[in-house]
Design a protein around this ligand. Structure first.
Ligand SMILES: Cc1cc2nc3c(=O)[nH]c(=O)nc-3n(C[C@H](O)[C@H](O)[C@H](O)COP(=O)(O)OP(=O)(O)OC[C@H]3O[C@@H](n4cnc5c(N)ncnc54)[C@H](O)[C@@H]3O)c2cc1C
Length: 386
């Protein structure tokens, strides 16, 4: 943190109402909802040369409307409505393809899903419970021995992340938001407990509201501000892509996962993608795939869906899913530094929940409260002992 001496913050740099640090999906959706609410004077600062370079550009792009945590489930439901039916003129093409999600479970996980299924149904989620033989009839490459049952979620599917990110940004910019890439925030200026701007490699920018949307670097940015000390854990996740067997038409397949045996796979650009659902903790970084994890993925395909065993790989990549200590989102004003806001800890759901999270975060920043959800469960103050 850089403590400004009296008046210093008011002298240097261009002035904005709100500065957002980071242009992944969190920063972009927030900019959209802030400008929708009339905050035209928004500056988004992104260290990389393009938005979405880190986690946002590396996701599996799924909407899965299942979550046993009520607060997250509520955000998923609200976001699903936006993704299925965005506001008129929001995007040029549909944001969601709906081939569905097909998820296999074994043991206690299956018992839990069976118990929760009526609740999901009552909440409006279309959900089919399938026995192992019904599941194999639906997806013949899977084997009944690796599951006690499966669910099919016909209204879920694949999000056009690029379309979503750039639609948020296009509308925000049309309403006056300014996006600057290649600009790294290096200091947060705080004057008598109140945020007053940032220092970057491109100079100083003044604002009394600064938002930390820095993804895996959220903890680093929090420390720069002298804000609540929240230990985020970025966890690496790996994806490989490869050709489908020539005699299988996989194009219309749903996304398929076995949560108990930890593998997901599904159609991707005419072929297939797969992930071992790895979660190795790491420092914030430009994540790269680990050869051992790639080998593990192939072994798991061989065991669970041998028909799909890749002969060679087309691409492989890794990205970070970043979690707070209690695994829940961190959204709202910092308890120690006035005007410093968090929108962080999106874990593995940042794309699919971005409409609802961006919207209630904008309420908190503009109004100090929201009536859309109980935002107290996400408040950064929960990590501070008073
Ligand atoms: C393999 C994988 C699969 C996933 N699958 C899904 C899925 O199916 N569905 C789903 O909803 N989610 C999924 N996720 C999770 C999702 O991608 C993330 O939750 C989401 O992208 C987080 O967005 P973000 O904006 O917080 O972070 P990011 O996209 O990482 O953006 C943060 C930005 O902050 C910038 N930044 C950091 N420090 C500074 C600084 N000092 N100055 C300026 N800029 C800075 C970074 O450069 C970065 O661009 C997946 C993630 C991975 C890795």
């Amino acid at each position: 943190m850089k403590h400004a001496s009296k008046g210093e913050c008011m002298r240097n740099g261009d002035s904005f109402e709100i500065i957002i640090i980071g242009c992944g999906i969190a920063g972009a959706s927030l900019a959209y909802f802030l400008t929708e609410r009339g905050a035209g004077d928004v500056l988004i600062l992104e260290r990389e040369e393009q938005p979405g370079y880190h986690s946002t550009g590396r996701s599996a792009a799924r909407l899965v409307t299942l979550d046993p945590v009520p607060s997250m489930f509520q955000l998923l439901l609200a976001s699903a409505s936006f993704l299925r039916e965005p506001p008129a003129g929001f995007s040029d093409s549909p944001l969601l393809e709906q081939p569905g999600n097909f998820i296999m479970f074994q043991g206690p996980m299956w018992d839990m899903i069976k118990e929760l299924a009526p609740f999901y149904e009552q909440s409006g989620v279309a959900i089919e419970l399938l026995s192992p033989s019904q599941a194999v009839n639906r997806i013949p490459v899977v084997s009944p021995e690796h599951m006690d049952g499966a669910v099919f979620l016909p209204n879920d599917g694949h999000i056009d992340v690029h379309g979503l990110l750039w639609s948020y940004l296009r509308h925000a910019r049309q309403k006056g938001a300014d996006l600057r890439c290649g600009v790294e925030v290096q200091e947060i200026r705080v004057e008598r407990g109140q945020c007053c701007g940032v220092t970057t490699n491109a100079g100083e920018f003044r604002a009394r509201k600064v938002v930390n949307a820095a993804g895996a670097w959220a903890g680093v940015i929090g420390k720069l501000a002298g804000a609540a000390n929240i230990e985020f854990t970025p966890k690496r996740r790996t994806i490989i892509t490869f050709d489908a067997p020539a005699d299988l038409d996989v194009k219309g397949w749903p996304h398929i996962a076995n949560y108990s045996h930890r593998l997901f796979f599904g159609p991707e650009s005419g072929g297939l993608l797969a992930s071992p659902m790895d979660e190795d903790p790491t420092e914030p970084c430009d994540a790269r795939p680990d050869d051992l994890v790639v080998a593990q993925t192939i072994e798991r395909i061989e065991k669970l869906v041998p028909r799909l065993l890749p002969r060679s790989l087309k691409r492989k990549w890794a990205g970070l899913r970043t979690y707070s200590p209690d695994l829940d989102l961190v959204v709202g004003e910092d308890p120690l530094v006035r005007g410093f806001y968090w929108i962080a800890g999106h874990g593995g759901s940042g794309i699919e929940t971005s409409p609802a999270v961006g919207q209630f975060a904008a309420d908190l920043i503009m109004e100090g409260s929201t009536d859309r959800i109980d935002a107290s469960v996400f408040a950064p103050g929960r990590f501070v002992n008073r």
